[in-house]
Design a protein around this ligand. Structure first.
Ligand code: PMP
Length: 288
């Protein structure tokens, strides 16, 4: 694997950063994961705009235009091509931290250079697009105990990791999170969709959830396929009674859920709307 670190290309094993890097000491940074299917980045513009928004939200100034971010991502893809053929399914991890200080101090240091790190890794091929053949996930349900800035794709992921790990220890694939009003926010590493009486529902964007790029693609795909979709508050009680539940993320695309906290969803198999959504997704994922 070829990595990019601070304007240099190197083998991933050679990439080294200072222990005083604020990404290491404080989780002071933002990141992106961009899926690349047969050499083509998925929703490249949308990923770059979320990155630049995140950088501005955390007041981290990097001297790169959106065009330069896009070409950096494409360069990482090119540097990791095996032979002349692009690899089938990979993702680019792109990380920007505030950089290394000379001491440990909370306030932003002046005049340091941000750390920009990127590498490529293999991801599993997307699951089959037929209802009969796809695997469904069993997931947990827990109160969201993260912070109140979940719209930032921050590298401070401890809150997410603890939620994810608690689910994994129960043999579950993920955990769906809800706020103090029992409204669904998202899952520890995915966004959540539910199908209720023929309408696809997903929680509205606010500070409680990440504006997922797959979420955006799915909403766009549903609209173009004339499938009703609503961004609105979704309660836990509605979620448990819904006909279908899906989790979306760059690496999972749209994963159907069979059980939430031991409650069977629909008949426990991927549903009709899931199949329509996953097939509609291909028409938009390279356009955003
Ligand atoms: N929510 C959280 C907390 C995430 O970490 C992620 C990304 N893994 C998502 C949602 C999905 O975002 P995307 O579709 O951009 O991968």
């Amino acid at each position: 694997t070829v990595a990019f670190l601070n304007d240099q290309w190197m083998a991933l094993e050679e990439a080294k950063i200072s222990p005083l890097d604020r990404g290491f000491l404080y989780g002071d940074g933002v990141y992106e994961v961009i899926p690349v299917h047969k050499g083509q980045p998925v929703a490249l513009n949308a990923h770059v705009s979320r990155l630049t928004r995140g950088l501005s939200d955390i007041k981290l100034h990097v001297n790169k235009t959106s065009e330069e971010w896009r070409s950096l991502i494409i360069d990482v893809v090119t540097h990791n091509q095996r032979g002349d053929e692009p690899a089938d399914y990979t993702a680019i991890y792109l990380h920007v931290s505030r950089g290394a200080d000379t001491k440990r101090h909370h306030a932003f240091p002046q005049g340091i250079t941000p750390t920009v790190f990127a590498f490529s890794f293999d991801i599993p091929p997307p699951p089959p697009k037929q209802r009969e053949n796809v695997n469904c996930l069993q997931v947990g349900l827990s109160e969201d105990k993260r912070w109140k800035r979940c719209h930032i794709k921050s590298t401070s992921l401890l809150g997410n990791v603890l939620h994810y790990q608690a689910a994994a220890e129960q043999g579950l694939a993920e955990t769906i999170l809800y706020n103090e009003h029992r409204q669904v926010t998202e899952a520890s590493s995915c966004n959540v969709f539910a199908v209720i009486a023929g309408i696809v529902v997903t929680p509205p964007l606010d500070l409680q959830l990440l504006p997922g790029i797959t979420r955006l693609c799915v909403i766009q795909a549903l609209k173009s396929a004339h499938i009703p979709v609503e961004e609105r508050v979704l309660t836990v009680e509605e979620l448990l009674r819904s006909d279908e539940v899906w989790l979306t993320s760059s690496t999972k695309e749209i994963a159907p859920v069979s059980q939430v906290d031991g409650h069977l969803i629909g008949d426990g198999r991927a549903g009709e709307y899931w199949e329509r959504a996953i097939n509609a997704l291909d028409n938009v994922k390279f356009t955003l």
